[in-house]
Design a protein around this ligand. Structure first.
Ligand code: SAH
Ligand code: ZN
Ligand code: ZN
Ligand code: ZN
Ligand code: ZN
Length: 445
């Protein structure tokens, strides 16, 4: 068990016994905390959905659940699985691609490829016609992004960032990419593999089951990254294990871009399990090496990620998205995305594009943003957000350019801050005055 420090927050605990399940797999065990202590009764809630509207599973840890209720719950979980299995969807796809263009329809309401026999049932739904092979190969364009902030938070890479990531992987010599919640990167790899002599392969793990319509069981596993749950059971587990096994010296890297709204702990625990899976496939457990990972996440989570993965470093590269208002820097033209790459690879190997202003700092031995100045006192390139930071002698560290040293608070802050002392800063951005739920850096509009 590990407690988070934020007052009034939820802490995640490790269950002593098997956790009960909702349609999204085993639930997570939570407890309310205040002043670093547990407050109140522990309870189980859905791992995947932070919005009760999406999944209202709830159970007290010490609650007695009757046989009848257990049976009803199992029935509920069964009936809340997708109407087609992955296997069925693969069959349907085979039939779909045989159809002439004029008979290829995609229902926009059900987000489903339609076979002619099903048109009738969807007759009052909006649909797209003449679905081309190119469209089938770009499902992330065909499907609408699930923008529900609290649950799916599907923010798709801008083409520039997606291409950058792929080229970086290739240059680093990787031949297999485990895409955890990165459907667009997976799509780019699959597309290239089908067009040219391209040796990189990928496996997508994602909770968005709509993708099972476009990929085989060797290319996609329905997976929950908050509880490391494979909806496809042991067979899907095995698919993943096989993919991680590096035969012919084909090196594997995992790339993940999870929704960020907390639960770093749950994510870290799942990623450790995936890393352990990789380790088990290697000779002599890969001699204490770690599976290479890119964890794509906002820079203000740096200390949280390093808590769980001390071997990781944050790169200055700013990851851009297509459908994310926050990351499109309207006026300046220059996008200032807060999203970065955290990796356990040697920082000097992560070459960032010079044409976008990144440069190599020979002291830090890594590429940094153009605005990131090497501070002689800190002996490091200290900017986190890409702007030039300034050193404060009193704080003994570099701070944001907009901050000033406040003698009242005895630290640097915005000039407009109010000097009242709060116990702890916001869990997400570290700033005082608001809690995680109200953090301005998480608002997407
Ligand atoms: N930038 C990436 C998409 C990141 S958005 C790209 O362009 O490829 C977050 C992704 O995580 C989405 O694909 C979403 O479906 C997936 N996701 C959200 N919750 C998840 C969960 N509990 N388990 C697994 N995947 C999840
Ligand atoms: Zn659920
Ligand atoms: Zn430096
Ligand atoms: Zn400094
Ligand atoms: Zn200061």
């Amino acid at each position: 068990a590990g407690a988070m420090a934020e007052p009034g927050a939820l802490a995640l605990l490790v269950p002593q016994h098997g956790a009960p399940s909702c349609p999204h797999g085993p639930a997570l065990l939570f407890v309310k905390t205040g002043q670093g202590k547990e407050e109140g009764r522990r309870f189980y809630a859905c791992s995947a959905c932070r919005d009760r509207k999406d999944c209202n599973f709830f159970q007290w840890e010490d609650e007695k659940v009757s046989q009848t209720r257990l049976a009803a719950r199992e029935e509920y979980n069964r009936s809340h699985q997708p109407s087609f299995t992955h296997r069925q969807n693969v069959e349907r796809y085979k039939n779909f691609v045989q159809l002439p263009l004029s008979k290829r329809r995609f229902c926009q309401e059900c987000q489903q490829l339609l076979l002619p026999a099903e048109w009738e049932k969807h007759s009052d739904h909006q649909f797209l016609r003449d679905i081309s092979t190119a469209q089938l190969k770009s499902p992330s364009q065909l499907l609408y992004p699930l923008e529900n902030k609290k649950t799916n938070a599907q923010y798709l890479f801008a083409d520039r960032s997606c291409q950058f990531l792929l080229n970086l992987l290739i240059d680093l010599g990787f031949r297999r990419v485990l895409c955890v919640g990165t459907p667009r990167l997976h799509e780019l790899i699959q597309l290239k593999a089908s067009q040219e002599d391209f040796r990189v392969r990928s496996l997508l793990l994602d909770i968005d089951f709509r993708y099972s319509q476009f990929y085989t069981e060797d290319e996609f596993c329905h997976y929950n990254m908050f509880n490391h749950y494979f909806f496809g059971g042991e067979a899907a587990h095995e698919t993943c294990r096989k993919f991680l096994y590096e035969d012919n010296g084909e090196r594997v890297i995992m790339i993940t871009d999870p929704p960020f709204g907390g639960l770093v702990e749950a994510l870290a625990s799942s990623f450790k399990k995936l890393m352990a899976m990789w380790k088990e496939t290697g000779k002599e457990g890969h001699n204490n090496k770690e599976m290479p990972v890119f964890w794509i996440f906002p820079y203000f989570f740096e200390s949280r990620i390093l808590d769980f993965f001390p071997s990781f470093n944050m790169m200055d590269y700013q990851v851009d998205y297509d459908n994310h208002a926050l990351y499109k820097h309207g006026k300046t033209g220059r996008r200032q995305s807060p999203v970065r790459i955290f990796t356990n690879l040697t920082p000097s190997m992560i070459v960032l594009p010079v044409e976008e202003g990144y440069r190599f700092c020979t002291v830090c031995q890594r590429y940094v943003s153009s605005g990131n100045q090497h501070c002689e006192i800190c002996n490091s390139c200290t900017s986190k957000d890409g702007r030039r930071w300034k050193h404060c002698d009193l704080c003994k560290k570099c701070v944001k350019p907009s901050w000033f040293h406040c003698n009242n608070c005895n630290c640097c802050a915005l000039q407009t801050h109010s000097c009242e002392k709060t116990d702890a800063g916001c869990f997400v951005c570290g700033k005082a005055g608001h809690k995680r739920s109200a953090c301005p850096s998480l608002s997407h509009t």
